[in-house]
Every structure is written in C-alpha cells, then in structure tokens.
Design a protein around this ligand. Structure first.
Ligand code: FMN
Length: 191
C-alpha cells in the first residue's frame, strides 16, 4: 500500500514554543510507524492573511493544495485559556473541502489540563468540516516541565505505545477513507 500522506499541523506559532518539542516527538513516532509520509504544516511559515480574504490569496491556495494532498491529519496543539490557539483556527478556517472525509488525530499538551479541553473542542470543529476524529488522543499535562532534555515525554515507553495505538487507528481510517473517496466522491451536502 502506498504510504498515507499525513499533514502534521502545529497549533502554536509563538516564539519560542514548546510545540516544536512535542511535534518533533510525534513526527518521530509517525516515522517509527512506517506507514506515513509526513508534511509539517507550521502556522509560522504559512503566511496566511490576518483576515479571511473574499477570494483565497496565494498562501491560502498553497495551504489548501497541501491539505488536499493529505490523506490524514495529526494536530499537535497546546491549550490556551481552555481552548485551542487562534493560529490553529486560522489554519483550519482557510480550507474546507480539503478536510472532508479524512481522519484526524490529536496530541494535546499544556498546563494542568494537558490540552484536553483544546482537543475536545477541536473534535467539534473537525466534525463540522466533515472530517473524522479518531477515538484516542495523547495528552501531556505540565508538558514543558516533564519532557526531558532529549525531547522524550515522561514514561516514554508507555507514551510511545499509546501513540502507536493512535497512529494505527489513524492509519486504518486513512486507508479506508482514501479508498472510499476514490470509489465514490464524498458529497458533504448530499440530500
Ligand atoms: C495565553 C496562555 C493561556 C494558557 N492557558 C492554558 C490553559 O487553559 N490550560 C492549560 O493546561 N495550559 C494553559 N497554558 C499553558 C500552555 O498550554 C503551555 O505553556 C504550553 O506549553 C504552550 O505551548 P507553546 O509554547 O507551544 O505555545 C496557557 C498558556 C498561555 C500562553
């Protein structure tokens, strides 16, 4: 089977940001799985306009092409004030059909909540876009203090097993939905 094309979306755009550490670990886990080819989508480098333009500009079209090429999405996001960061919503809102009938998985991190509230809110957002959130998620409370200097999460073996389980779910849905989309285009507004 050809590899699943995975768009790994970063939720934070500030500098410095802990997102780089968590995303690097998630990226390495996707490589360890062996069934993915990863495209890292970083809000810092997308150059999206501050306000949604009436017609998509060049950076928006470039982003949409990358998302359209993806079979699956993995969102790595912190929690800000009991929600997900604004730059992530900006990335999500820049596209529409590109999300449809594709699975999405989440890695959250933050302070006390570990990103739980951000991830649960994102499930609603992606359902509104006809994407398919997978069951599992990875959550890291107190992440900045608990990842080690080499970028490993606490209890790295257990976290690695949990991440591989989630990546396996995501891969199953990606393959199934890629075939389904090829056989019969998804129509979001079918009567
Ligand atoms: C504005 C702001 C609000 C935050 N709100 C929460 C929160 O509601 N819950 C939580 O668990 N952590 C919260 N945090 C902690 C962040 O999730 C944590 O610092 C995280 O590592 C930030 O990720 P970043 O450096 O990649 O942007 C907040 C941090 C900031 C800057």
């Amino acid at each position: 089977m050809p590899p699943i094309r995975l768009a790994l979306l970063l939720g934070s755009n500030r500098s410095p940001r802990f997102c780089d550490t968590v995303a690097a670990w998630a990226h390495a886990e996707a490589a360890r799985h062996g069934g993915y080819r990863v495209d890292v989508v970083d809000p810092r480098t997308l150059g999206l306009p501050a306000a949604l333009p009436p017609a998509p500009d060049l950076p928006t079209l470039r982003l949409r092409r990358r998302l359209a090429a993806a079979d699956a999405f993995l969102v790595v996001t912190p929690e800000y004030n009991h929600g997900y960061p604004a730059p992530l919503k900006q990335t999500v809102d820049a596209a529409q059909a590109e999300w449809q009938a594709k699975p999405v998985a989440f890695v959250g991190y933050g302070g006390h909540s570990g990103g739980l509230r951000a991830v649960e809110q994102l499930r609603q957002v992606f359902c509104a876009l006809h994407a398919v959130p997978v069951h599992d998620s990875l959550l890291f409370p107190g992440a900045a203090a608990r990842f080690d200097a080499a970028g490993r999460p606490p209890d790295a073996d257990a976290c690695g097993r949990a991440m591989q389980a989630m990546l396996a779910q995501l891969h199953w849905w990606s393959a199934a939905l890629r075939q389904a989309r090829a056989e019969r285009p998804y129509r979001a507004n079918a009567a």
